[in-house]
Ligand binder design. Sequence first.
Ligand code: HEM
Length: 454
Amino acid sequence: MDDVYQFPPVVPRGPTFLKSARFIRNPIPVLDKHIRKYGPTYTFYMGGMRKSIVTADQDFIQHVLQKNHRAFEKSPLQTDTLSQYIGHGLLTSKSDFWLRQRRLIQPGFHKQRLQDLTKLMVDETSAYFDQLDERIENMGPEFNMHTEMNILAFRIIARTLFSTSMGEEKLKRLRWLIEHVQAFIIREVRQPFLHWWFDLSGKIRKHIRLAHETFDIIGEMVDMRQEAQETHSDLLDMLLSARYEDTGEGMERQQLIEEALILFTAGHETSANALSWAVYLLATHPDKLRKLLEEIDRVVGQKKIETADLPKLDYTRQVIEETMRLYPPAWVTDRISLEDDTFGSWHIPKGTLYILYLYGLHRSPAYWEDPDTFQPERFDANHRDTFPKLAYKPFGGGPRLCIGNHFAMMEMQVILAELFRRFTIELTEEPEMAPMITLRPRNGIQVKLQHRKG
Ligand code: HEM
C-alpha cells in the first residue's frame, strides 16, 4: 500500500527507537544531526513508533501552515490532551468552532486596541522591579531570571485581563494551579507509556480537579465584573463585549472562562522564555548591551516608559526579534494531514504527523548568514532583505498565527527596557536548553543583579 506514496528520506527506525531516551531529554541535537545527514525534510519514527515528517524547510512549512492549511489540523496532542485540562479555548480548539471563536476575539488583539494596555503593563513591571530592588537590599543579589520573568509575565496577563480586581492571594493560587497542571501535562505528553499509571493512581483526576479550581477562580472574576457593571478597558471587558457576527450574542459564561484561561496558559511562559534568553544573550554580548542601553537612556531616560516610547525603542525590538530567532519559545509545532498531501516529488498519506521544526528553520545556513551568532541588526529596517521573510516564524503562521503577537512584543519591550534601565546583570552560570512544550533554560538563568548607577 505504502508504495503509492513517496516519502522524504527516511531515518532508520531501529537506532531511533534505541536512542529515544536521549531524544526525550533534548530532541534538538538529534533533529539537527538528521538535517545535516538527510536535508531539511525527512521521515522520522517518533520514539521509534510513529511515522512522521520533520521539516525545517521554509516552503514546506509555508505549505502546511498557510498555502494548504485546510488540509491540516492541529494534532490531538495540542487539542485533545491539553483541552482535557484547560478546556476549549482558541489554542486547543479546531475546525468551525475555532474559526468562530477566532473571528470573535481577533479584533480585541488589534495593535491599536492594545495601546490601552501599555499603561497596565508599565505599572505592573515598575511595581515588580521596585520589590526586586527591595529584595536585592534584603536578600542579596542572586536571582534566577527565568523564575522572575515567569512571575512578572503571569502578573501582566492577570493585570491586563482583570485590571486590579484580582487580589494577591487569588493571583498566587491561580499561578500555582496553572503551573502545576501544566507541569503534569508535560509529564503526560513526554511519558505516554505511563498513562495507565497516571490514571490508576488518580493523578489524572487530581489534576483535572485542580484545573477546575482555575475555572472557578476565573469564573468569580467574571461574575464580579458583571455584577459591578463597571468598565475597565482590559481584556476581560473585551471578551465580555465581543459579539458573534451571526447571532449578535456574546460568549457563554463557561466559554469565556476557558478563553481567559487559554490567554494565561499561552501568554505567559512563551514571553518569559524569550525574555530570559534575551537576558542571557545581552549579558554575554557587551557590545550589543551597550547599544541597547544607549537607546534606553536616550528614549526613556529617568522617567517611566510611555506608550509613545515603544516605536522609538527600535534596537530593543531588534534584540527581542533576534532572541526569538535563536531561541524560539515555540521551538516546534505540529499538524496532522486530513487528506493525502503532495509537496514537490513527495506524496504523503492522510493521517501523517508533520513536525514543523521552527528552531531548525531559524538556524538554517540556507537562509541565515552566521546562523548561530547573535546579531540583532539583522532586524534593522535596512537589513531585513538579507534573509527570506518565510524563514522567520516565532509566532507561527497562516490562520493560526499567534493572536497575542503584538501584545507579546509590547510586553517584552516594556519589560526589557525597564529591566536594563534599572539593573546591571552578571551571568553566574551557563544555561542549557530544555525543549519542553516551550524552549526553556533547564536550570533557569542564574544572575547577580545590581542597581544601575548613573
Ligand atoms: C513571545 C511570546 C509568544 C510566542 C513566541 C508565541 C508563539 C505562538 C505560536 C507559534 C502559536 C501558533 C501555534 C501553532 O500554530 O501551532 C501561538 C498561538 C497562540 N498564542 Fe502565542 N505566543 C506568544 C505570546 C502570546 C501571548 C502573550 C498570548 C496572549 C495574550 C498568546 C496567545 C496565543 C493564542 C490564544 C494562540 C492560539 C491562536 C489560534 O490558534 O487561533 N501568545 N503562539
